[in-house]
Design a protein around this ligand. Structure first.
Ligand SMILES: O=P(O)(O)O[C@H]1O[C@H](CO)[C@@H](O)[C@H]1O
Ligand SMILES: O=c1cc[nH]c(=O)[nH]1
Length: 294
């Protein structure tokens, strides 16, 4: 309710927050790894209508997702050769179709963290509101049938704790890694209605490495036995871990701090194509198997 009267207040739109007072004094905020900037590009004109951001490790997956979602939204002819907005750099790729921005992030926490800093600033400078970000990635399941989709509830570290530790100015800062529960439930509901993929909600373990960090036996270095590996994976399962990947903790922490969460959107494209944005999430679900949504 409106605090000043008894009329119901209109739903407020949620901006994308940056928590950096130094940005205000920059004449030009350069998004180095996107090859974009506030002086060189009209970010509100280019990105102001973005409501969904879909991210994933591989540039190829992001291009293919863009073609898929363009056909789903019937915005442009599929396979018409979408332009990579970040063509001025070979660090990340970015495509936009209507309200959906898709960005690749490479492998691991440092790579996705750099991308997220620039993405959050981009959405902030573009004055975007009510943005939902979804990571579409691969992961290794623990005790799940191959092909199962895991919707992450919470990202945990390699000791199964829901936290991201980062050293800033020589001090360890701990950040929360909860994800939006409403969005997770919506995605699960989409999957139930589709009935095409086995889908679970659970915790995702985020590791610093693909080999030793994930108890694999096929890296160049390995100092443990098959039994040690199995014991660790059993402990992970007992702690509620469903799958393992390498970006979810910083993804969760940075989205939470920036106000990027699962929210309903009223964007015109989505209304035109779908009776509600929930159906957009269902379309997302149809994009391939063995994906990780966080
Ligand atoms: O499928 P993507 O998004 O690349 O993510 C997963 O795949 C990579 C490892 O092969 C890691 O980055 C992991 O998180
Ligand atoms: O990090 C990852 C990604 C995919 N598959 C795995 O086993 N681990």
């Amino acid at each position: 309710m409106d605090l000043t009267g008894d009329k119901p207040s209109a739903p407020r739109s949620s901006p994308v927050y940056v928590h950096n007072p130094h940005l205000d004094s920059l004449k030009d905020d350069v998004l180095y790894h996107f090859s974009l900037g506030t002086r060189t590009h009209n970010l509100p004109a280019m990105f102001g209508d973005v409501k969904f951001v879909c991210v994933g490790g591989s540039p190829w997956r992001i291009k293919s997702f863009t073609e898929y979602i363009a056909a789903e939204l019937a915005i442009e002819e599929p396979n018409s050769g979408y332009a990579n907005i970040c063509a001025g750099t070979d660090r990340y790729t970015m495509y936009k179709v209507g309200p959906v921005l898709s960005v690749s992030h490479g492998m691991g926490i440092p790579s996705i963290a750099i991308m997220l800093h620039e993405l959050i600033k981009l959405l902030h400078h573009a004055h975007c509101t009510d943005v939902t970000v979804i990571r579409i990635g691969t992961s290794g399941g623990i005790g799940l049938e191959p092909g199962t989709v895991v919707v992450t509830k919470q990202s945990v570290d390699a000791t199964f704790l829901p936290r991201l530790e980062q050293v800033i100015l020589g001090k360890t800062v701990v950040r929360n890694t909860d994800l939006d529960q409403g969005l997770a439930e919506e995605l699960l509901q989409c999957s139930k209605e589709l009935s095409q993929f086995e889908t679970v909600i659970g915790n995702t373990m985020c590791t610093l490495d693909f080999y030793e960090g994930q108890a694999r036996l096929d890296g160049a270095l390995c100092s443990y036995t098959e039994k040690d590996k199995q014991d660790y994976l059993i402990k992970a399962k007992e702690a509620g871990v469903c799958n393992i990947e390498m970006e979810s903790s910083v993804f969760a922490a940075m989205c939470k701090l920036s106000g990027l969460r699962g929210k309903k959107t009223q964007h015109e494209y989505l209304i035109k194509k779908y009776s509600n944005p929930f159906e957009f999430l269902t379309s997302l679900f149809l994009f391939g198997k063995r994906l990780l949504f966080v």
